[in-house]
Design a protein around this ligand. Structure first.
Ligand SMILES: [Ca+2]
Ligand SMILES: [Ca+2]
Length: 412
């Protein structure tokens, strides 16, 4: 019994040797890269090898380097089809901007980008695809073709053996710019700093500025902002950039904007990128507090349709206790030509510092701009004013209850 089994084993081994000698066989391998970028291999891709008759010959899975391998393949012509169960992603307003630029005839798309662009799955790249990407970000509306798209490969296996396969490319459908990394390696660094405390009364309507830290030009943005839906209701969102679209869902506020001419708009340091108008709940109490926070889905997009990384924003914390502006006595006072006025603001916002004469007529505006919470000093040269009594008034966000006024005297 034992002997017989051993003989059979030897016979199979001999047949194996014979066939290697008789028929040329090749090991085929290649890599699958995200947008054909060798720095961005895609693991866990199933590679199916089909012969000319469409019969499945072998299946391989890519490793961490994105490499697939088929061993011992006979001469012939084959096709390789790729697929994966990996979660797709990387879709944002940068892709809507790139698609817009393409539809305007300003940029060309490569083969992988064309696969990424048809999010509606109708084999055509149109404005419907562009709108679908925006709606996906804004409202979470599903993309019909959400998933993966890969190039198909045709491989000629010759008689010399070991000639290797070609590299394949894949994309998450919708991710035209291809900057995303499968496995979420490229999580953007987004910070929101609540730099000041602002009083918010129950049932009041507040305007919450979200200020951008830095100077840059952008062609689009997608903001995803977490807010406390038990404490505020979002009423409106405005932006100095132009018309924005927004949608809310369970404590998440999404805002989109893009420059429909394909140009870019300057965003200025410490100026609001959006202002969120909200109604404070009637149960908002003394000890309560909240602040908006950008989450990692937020992004700004440059004129080429690339995401800007490492963004910082500032906003206010809102509290149920009264907070105050501080306006110091000007120094020197009385004075002849030059004095200094110091003040501090408890919250980010539009700060105005105006000077009035004793008749209550405004004679000059010293400050009229968005400022982050903090301390400031303004030098005031009043050589063009006549001697007498004047008043200077500090206001935050146009809020009359939150203003301070002091008196100064000019002598000659
Ligand atoms: Ca389409
Ligand atoms: Ca993208």
């Amino acid at each position: 019994m034992t002997t017989k089994i051993r003989r059979t084993g030897i016979l199979i081994a001999l047949i194996g040797l014979f066939s290697v000698a008789s028929f040329a066989q090749s090991d085929i391998s290649g890599n699958v890269y995200y947008h054909l970028n060798p720095d961005n291999p895609i693991p866990e891709v199933q590679a199916d090898l089909y012969d000319e008759d469409g019969a499945l010959i072998a299946t391989s899975y890519t490793n961490e380097e994105g490499e697939y391998t088929f061993e011992g393949i006979e001469s012939g012509t084959y096709t390789v089809e790729f697929s994966t169960d990996l979660e797709p992603g990387g879709i944002g307003m940068e892709d809507a901007v790139q698609l817009m630029l393409h539809l305007m005839g300003l940029i060309e798309l490569n083969e992988i980008q064309e696969m990424a662009a048809d999010v509606t799955g109708d084999d055509a790249i149109t404005w419907d695809d562009q709108i679908a990407i925006i709606d996906w970000f804004l409202h979470g509306e599903p993309l019909p073709a959400y998933g993966w798209a890969f190039t198909d490969l045709t491989i000629e296996v010759g008689t010399k053996g070991d000639e290797g396969g070609d590299d394949g490319g894949g994309t998450s459908v919708g991710d035209l710019n291809g900057a995303w990394a499968p496995g979420n390696k490229n999580i953007p660094d987004i910070n929101t700093y609540a730099t000041g405390s602002m009083y918010a009364a129950p049932n009041s309507i507040i305007e919450i500025p979200v200020l951008y830290k830095g100077n840059t030009s952008i062609t689009g943005m997608g903001l995803s902002i977490d807010y406390p839906d038990a404490q505020i209701d979002i009423m409106d969102v405005t932006s100095p950039l132009g018309d924005v679209e927004f949608a809310t869902d369970k404590g998440n506020l999404n805002v989109t904007w893009l420059d429909r001419t394909g140009n870019s708009v300057q965003v200025v340091d410490d100026n609001p990128i959006v202002t969120v108008k909200a109604k404070v709940s009637e149960t908002f109490a003394n000890s309560a507090r909240f602040a908006l926070a950008m989450n990692n889905n937020s992004h700004l997009v440059d004129a080429k349709g690339n995401q800007l990384k490492n963004l910082a924003f500032t906003t206010n914390e809102y509290v149920g206790e009264e907070t105050e502006l501080n306006l110091a006595d000007n120094y020197p006072n009385p004075y002849s030509t030059q004095t200094a006025i110091e003040y501090s603001t408890p919250a980010n916002g539009k700060v105005t510092l105006e000077v009035f004469n004793h008749m209550g007529q405004k004679v000059t505006t010293l400050v009229d701009e968005y400022q982050a919470a903090g301390s400031y000093k303004v030098n005031f040269n009043s050589t063009n004013l006549t001697a007498g009594q004047y008043f200077y008034k500090l206001t935050l966000n146009g809020n009359k209850q939150l203003s301070k006024t002091k008196r100064m005297t000019i002598i000659r």
